[in-house]
Design a protein around this ligand. Structure first.
Ligand code: KG4
Ligand code: ZN
Length: 332
């Protein structure tokens, strides 16, 4: 039995969690900075780092207390070190080093993308690799062949904007505010997804959202210049449908090519209700099983890092006190 503390500070959530054997969540504490960044229409890295410093000790302390354990009961301290905002990551990495040293337990490095994938293991104890996973977040959009817990192959990726980034930018144009994904998702429920034919750019299993985003911006600006009214719900629904179509077709196509009978969703955009139901339907049509984490484990949280940390810990992965934050994605 292993109790792992997971620490996550890669973007705008200060989060910590204790899990048992990587599948049972004993606590999952998240301090979200959304309100702080909302006024700027997006995450301001310097502000995020400073707020992490403010909150991280309190968040870790709460995670340990809520788990009903003593810090000396922990077997290891896991932390996100790659990828993310470097100043934000450094807060988690520095605190994790000090904490692991202080309680004399191993420090375990965790890749944030691996963490998003691991959120599926918490929700679905029966799930095991191999499977194909669409990881779509604010910073990354990848279709990965998860061959084993630590063996990943990139089958497709965005060539420009991440899916979440496109949601956030379209939300800004529609005057919905930050973070855009949940707001576009909510507004789209009142709109017609077939109202406007936005482009669906794909190249093999790669995809691109920059052109789609520009098409939405142009549509809104053209309508404004002509002094006409736009139906914002129709724009939200049609944009969302274009993103969902591309992501679902490519994920199912990549799974077929890889010979995988299981597809998974992960990352903040996996919280999108249209994406979840479309992938579920497409998987069913193609005789595949489909898994996704509950909505609260899709966006950044400490439990997914603790779970991935357990897998790394069990595989013997350790970091020493030279561990550094890495902003660019590295999957190994
Ligand atoms: O994984 P995440 O919490 O942070 C990163 O690692 O980037 O993902 C955040 C992204 C944001 O772009 C947000 O707008 C998007 O996920 N998101 C959604 C939804 N909820 C969050 N996008 C579409 N629909 C949603 N319901
Ligand atoms: Zn994330």
């Amino acid at each position: 039995m292993a109790l792992i503390l997971g620490i996550e500070t890669s973007c705008d959530e200060t989060a910590a969690s204790v899990t048992r054997d990587g599948r049972e969540v004993l606590s999952n504490v998240i301090y979200t900075q959304i309100a702080l960044h909302e006024v700027y229409g997006g995450v301001v890295p310097e502000i995020a780092s400073r707020k992490h410093i403010d909150k991280i000790i309190y968040v870790i302390d709460s995670a340990i207390k809520e788990a009903g354990i003593d810090k000396t009961d922990l077997d290891a301290v896991a932390v996100t070190y790659n990828p993310g905002l470097v100043g934000a990551l450094l807060v988690g990495v520095s605190v994790a080093k000090a904490f692991a040293y202080g309680i004399n337990r191993p420090l375990v490095p965790v890749n944030h993308i691996q963490g998003h994938i691991a959120a599926n293991y918490i929700a679905h104890p029966e799930l095991e690799p191999p499977f194909v996973c669409l990881v779509a977040s604010g910073g990354h959009s990848h279709i990965l062949h998860v061959k084993d817990y630590h063996e990943f192959e990139i089958l497709g990726a965005t060539t420009d904007d991440a899916a979440g980034e496109a949601f956030d930018k379209v939300a800004r144009v529609l005057g919905l505010g930050y973070p855009g994904g949940p707001k576009v998702n909510a507004l789209a429920k009142d709109g017609d997804p077939c109202a406007i034919a936005f482009p669906r750019p794909r190249h093999g299993f790669d995809f691109s959202f920059s052109g789609l985003k520009t098409a939405v911006i142009n549509y809104v600006h053209n309508a404004e210049q002509k002094g006409g009214e736009i139906n914002r719900a129709d724009v939200a629904a049609s944009f969302q449908q274009a993103v969902v179509d591309v992501l679902v077709e490519n994920t199912v196509g990549a799974a077929q090519k890889a010979g995988c009978k299981t597809v998974c969703l992960a990352g903040g955009v996996a919280a999108n209700t249209a994406l979840r139901s479309a992938l579920e339907a497409a998987a069913r049509e193609n005789g595949m099983a489909m898994y996704c984490p509950p909505i609260e484990l899709c966006t950044d949280n400490g439990a997914m890092i603790s779970c991935a940390g357990y897998l790394n810990f069990a595989a013997g992965m350790r970091a020493d006190l030279t561990l550094n934050a890495e902003p660019q994605l590295r999957l190994e």
